[in-house]
Design a protein around this ligand. Structure first.
Ligand code: CTP
Ligand code: ZN
Length: 153
């Protein structure tokens, strides 16, 4: 292990996943989307660290947990630049970036107030029609929800 690990703001982990470059304001959305509020693994996090690229960033470290690709991609809407570091025996053995998925279940509200998902509280489902500037098409009412109108469940 490198000496600079001694100076981490959030302690190094032995095994697990470090999710870095989360926009600070979306830290708790990431925690909720990944279901981290319902698991028994050790979790450490820090927020409002300075980042040259993105203003304030947050970081989450989950011990003894490795995510599937489709689980990781669920955070793309709230943390498009997140980097996942896979840690084994204190070393970073792999880095992964998130990719905006083709479709999204839950997470986002449909911006159409008359949509059945809003009226009857049904879980939302969207097709992603633009991945670069995330734009979602509701599978129920076909209305478009763009990134300027994105509201989270
Ligand atoms: N990390 C950790 N526990 C370890 C090893 C690394 O918590 N045993 C964390 C580091 O604190 C860092 C992230 O995992 O936040 C990535 O580690 P590393 O690749 O060594 O850092 P950087 O080179 O700064 O990564 P990048 O520039 O890709 O963000
Ligand atoms: Zn809708």
């Amino acid at each position: 292990m490198k000496d600079d690990k001694k100076h981490l703001s959030v302690s190094a982990i032995q095994n697990g996943t470090v999710i870095d470059h989360i926009p600070a304001q979306n830290l708790f959305k990431v925690i909720s989307i990944l279901g981290l509020d319902n698991i028994s693994n050790q979790i450490t996090f820090g927020s409002n660290f300075g980042s040259a690229k993105m203003g304030k960033k947050a970081i989450v470290k989950i011990a003894d947990k490795y995510f599937e690709r489709d689980e990781i991609n669920r955070i793309a809407i709230v943390a498009p630049n997140a980097k996942l570091n896979i840690i084994k025996d204190y070393e970073v053995v792999e880095k992964m970036v998130v990719e905006v998925p083709d479709s999204i279940k839950g997470i986002v509200r449909c911006m159409n107030p008359k949509c059945i998902t809003n009226v009857e509280g049904i879980d939302t489902r969207f097709d992603v029609v633009d991945k670069a500037d995330v734009t979602l098409k509701c599978c129920y009412c076909e209305k478009i929800t763009d990134s300027d109108h994105m509201d989270f469940v």
